[in-house]
Design a protein around this ligand. Sequence first.
Ligand SMILES: [Cu+2]
Length: 171
Amino acid sequence: MNSKRKVAAAAVGAAIAPFLVAIPTGTASAHGYIDSPPSRQAQCAAGTVPCGEIKYEPQSVEGPKGLTSCSGGNSRFAELDDDSKGWTTTSVGNSVTFNWTLTAAHATSTWEYFIGGNRVAVFDDGGQRPPSQVSHTVDLGGVSGQQKLLAVWNIADTANAFYACVDLNVG
Ligand SMILES: [Cu+2]
């Protein structure tokens, strides 16, 4: 590329950039996440922990089904996988109610909850569309102390799922 074209390309980039930055708060609003106890992405959205793009769209941690990561395999949300980022831990007993905020009522196969790779709960919606608020009360199975819970919302009519991690202190 000659230097004139380089300048032209840079100018186009500068002109487009403001619109790209505006997209996360505008159109990417459809999906869901756990807002209480506060999931990692909920803490980003609330400003509890300083984060990148995820703070604008905590509901967008979507990836293929079957993953075990907090980021759902999204490199732009990789900070959600960082256990040492200073996430706030919620003190709970053995039975915990997890509350989801959904911005799109996707047909749902199951909701799954994992601790340390073990599935501690599953709720089968049989393909139904959920309301905008969904709650599940989960028995953590007798674990104690600092725990990272992974919650998965499996969509019935796509190959994808939504992921949320919640940091707990079980006492
Ligand atoms: Cu969605």
